[in-house]
Design a protein around this ligand. Structure first.
Ligand code: ADP
Ligand code: ADP
Length: 227
C-alpha cells in the first residue's frame, strides 16, 4: 500500500530578482514498510521536502497524498491534526524539553491527543522500553548522553503509533559509534514494519536504508545521484 505519494511538487522562494526552486517538480512514492533515505548537500531542498512531507508547510503546487488523505488541499488546522496523528518526527538536536523528564517528554504527543494520565504513562513507558531506555525514565535530558536523548526522542516519535517516522539528520549531533547504534535502532523499527524516511547529507548513513533517493537543486533522483 502506498503511504506517501508526491506528484510534481513545486516550492519556490523569491530572493530579490532571483527565484529559487527549492522543490522542482518533485515526484516520489513510498510504500508502507519502506525505509527511504533522502540524501543531498546543503541547500539542495531537503528541509523544504521534509517540511512538505511533514505537513509543516504547503507546496506552491502539486499533489500530496499521505496515507490516503489529500493533504495539499487542507487548511493549516487540519494539517496540524494530520501531523499529530500520522507522523513521528525525529530531529538532529533531539528537541526535548529540558525541564521535563524523559517519561514526560514521551508523554507530550499523548497530552495533545487527550489521552488519560494513566494510559499516557503506560504507553510512554512501553515506548521507552521499546528503544531500550526505560531505566532512564525519570532522568532529565541534561542527565542523558546524546545517544540516550535521541532514544528518548525516538520513543516520543513512536508513542502515538504514527504511520511514518520522519527523521531529519538523526545522527547529525552524534559520534560515529552512537550514530551506528541509532541507525541500528531505526533498522530494527523498520523490520517491525514501520515506514521510515530519513533525511541526511551523509551518504554513509543514507546507505543503511533500503532505498536511497537523491536531491540536488530541488530535483529528485532515484538512487545515488552523481553530482
Ligand atoms: P537543505 O535542507 O538541503 O539545506 P533547504 O530546503 O533548506 O535545503 O533550501 C533549499 C533552497 O531553498 C536553498 O537555496 C535555500 O537557500 C532556499 N530556501 C529555503 N528556505 C527558504 C526561505 N524561507 N526563504 C528563501 N529561500 C529559502
Ligand atoms: P538544514 O540544516 O536542515 O539543511 P537549513 O539550514 O538549510 O537546514 O535551513 C533551516 C531552515 O531555514 C529551513 O527550514 C528553511 O526554511 C530556512 N532557510 C533556509 N535557507 C534560507 C534562506 N536562504 N532564507 C531564509 N530561510 C532559509
Amino acid at each position: 500500500e502506498t503511504m506517501i505519494s508526491l506528484k510534481k511538487i513545486e516550492k519556490t522562494y523569491k530572493m530579490g530578482q532571483n527565484t529559487v526552486h527549492a522543490l522542482d517538480h518533485v515526484s516520489l512514492s513510498i510504500e508502507e514498510g519502506d525505509f527511504v533515505s533522502i540524501v543531498g548537500p546543503s541547500g539542495s531542498g531537503k528541509s523544504t521536502l521534509m517540511n512538505t512531507m511533514g505537513c509543516l508547510d504547503h507546496p506552491d503546487s502539486g499533489e500530496y497524498v499521505l496515507g490516503g488523505s489529500h493533504v495539499d488541499s487542507l487548511k493549516d488546522w487540519q494539517l496540524a491534526d494530520i501531523r499529530n496523528q500520522k507522523i513521528g518526527f525525529i530531529f538532529q538536536n533531539f528537541n526535548l524539553l529540558g525541564k521535563l523528564t524523559a517519561l514526560e517528554n514521551v508523554e507530550l504527543p499523548l497530552i495533545y491527543r487527550g489521552t488519560k494520565a494513566k494510559e499516557r504513562r503506560e504507553q510512554a513507558m512501553a515506548s521507552l522500553a521499546q528503544v531500550g531506555i526505560e531505566e532512564r525514565a525519570e532522568h532529565l535530558p541534561n542527565q542523558l548522553s546524546g545517544g540516550q536523548q535521541q532514544r528518548v526522542a525516538i520513543a516520543r516519535a513512536l508513542v502515538g503509533q504514527p504511520s511514518i517516522l520522519l527523521a531529519d539528520e538523526p545522527t547529525g549531533a552524534l559520534d560515529s559509534r552512537t550514530s551506528e547504534e541509532i541507525m541500528d535502532l531505526l533498522i530494527a523499527l523498520n523490520k517491525e514494519g514501520r515506514t521510515i524516511i530519513l533525511i541526511t547529507h551523509d551518504l554513509h548513513v543514507a546507505r543503511k536504508a533500503k532505498r536511497t533517493v537523491s536531491i540536488s537543486d530541488g530535483k529528485l533522483y532515484e538512487g545515488e545521484h552523481v553530482l
